[in-house]
Unconditional design. Sequence first.
Length: 615
Amino acid sequence: MCGIVGYLGPNPAFPILIEGLQRLEYRGYDSAGIATLEEGCLLRVEKKKGKVVDLTNHIGEHAPTGTIGIGHTRWATHGPPNDVNSHPHLGGQGKIALIHNGIIENYEAIKELLTHRGHKLVSDTDTEVLAHFIEEVRISSGLDLPDAVRVALKEVVGAYAIVVLDQDHPDRLIAARKSSPLVIGVGSNNEFYVGSDATPIVAYTKNVVYLEDEEVATMHRSGELKIRTIGDVVITPEIHAIEMEIASLEKGGYEHFMLKEIFEQPRSIQDSIRGRVRLQTGEIHMSGIDDHWDVWNKAGRILIIGCGTSWHAGLVAEYLFESLARIPVEVEYASEFRYRNPIIRPDDVVIAISQSGETADTLAAIRLAKEQGAHVFGVCNVVGSSIARETHAGAYTHAGPEIGVASTKAFTAQVAVLSTMAIHLGHKLGRLEDKAFMRLISGLSNVPGLVDRVLSKAEPLLHVATVFASADNALYLGRGYQFPVALEGALKLKEISYIHAEGYPAAEMKHGPIALIDQDMPVIFIATHDEVYDKVVSNIQEVKARGGRIFSIVTEGDKKVRALSDHVFEVPKIHEALAPLLTAIPMQLLSYHIALLRGCNVDQPRNLAKSVTVE
Ligand code: M6R
């Protein structure tokens, strides 16, 4: 949801801003813009509807040369994507330029006040209102800009990460945040970098300061970094070292990030269990659980919250925790959980799942659960993210940066971590016998190799994609552990290929969706060898009898389902609790190929953004 970048230092800001915007483009690609201070303290603003490449084409050869600047890539909330609504926005006198990620909820009231005072706003955005408001506060109070920002933000309701450039002070950059992420990179040469996350920063420095809610930072060309809360409390900046490598942000020879991330899964799954699952000694170590054993030991119920793909991983976890650890589980969309006055019992443990660690709904649900006394465990990918920092304990998924908007390796890493947790809890609580435990950890250790095998023989999926690429609808069906994978398969297809797709528990089909089946309807079954295999075979027969076009994901050597299906794809035999880690792979690749055949932008599907930091 909007990407923010800033630079202050001895070098020209423009190349740093553009490279940063390209790295952050996954957060929104409705428009892009920059503001720099040029020679003679002239504020130069360039902005354009479309992608970063449209902005650079627009600027052409006349690149700005200033050594301080800000940049923004937009995911539109208030006002359609056009040049005028693009960021940066100027204050009324055109002296400050501001970029913003978030939503100012009371912008209409502030706008009314400003209009009464003669301000003329040109865009439909809440951001322009904030720029004018800060300037109004500065002029009417005579405060210096950092104080004016502080005072203005006290009146603001909503979420913001902002960076402000001041024409009168070419030596400083001001940044602030509340409920939207903001990271400050501290370079070695009195340089500062600002980013919505560390991706635009890591090429220059590994030293970062995570700004906390309601903090205002003033970066100065002298190298001084001052942080104060909007209530004027002085904060000592805490520098953290980030481990991200620049290569992990490149396509590495692949045509798309999504394809690269799909093929990274043998390694990302390995990284997610590395050090935790110790096959040789027959142990699992998870400090997020072990160090809080008093909480887990008496857990009466687990509540799992997340959104989108992370919610699907939560559904897989429901099967895992209930079956392996015998703890009752409820899984809920974070966005619903927070608004339905949930009952949280003293012995509930909440697991919040999020790749980005910044999803606004998940973050709000966590805060609600904490207020009500719950112990909250985070399963996050992005190190240092808000969710990782706000939960009591957790486990990183260690999947590495995921740039493609459609989540792939983050999903399997989440499922791998949740599987590890369920097996660990089951064993530690005495509900999983040693033999079953060993079988499961040995199975889990084999997963990376098996995923590699799936990927190495994935070519036939291209043929299936060719057959299904012209479909308008698709149905994904699975049961038990494979039901959430069916949901995830359908989500992957619709988000990147724009084909309408539904995921259903296979047995539910006859309660409604079966009416949709005709010879034009692709039906994708996950029919691996597990407890419900024979039931799924019956469901496949029901579809076949009605002429549906059947593609099935089956276990290697399967004969029954093969005989009933138009196309099959085999995955290796594995414990049914771990099978989602294999069956998810052909789902991802099928969507990828279909989207490509339909000419869609796989990495940046329309209307979407990677990190949903607004409600
Ligand atoms: O970063 P999070 O895991 O919290 O994000 C949640 C969803 O926005 C995300 O999974 C979304 O559904 C993906 N685009 C799915 O591919």
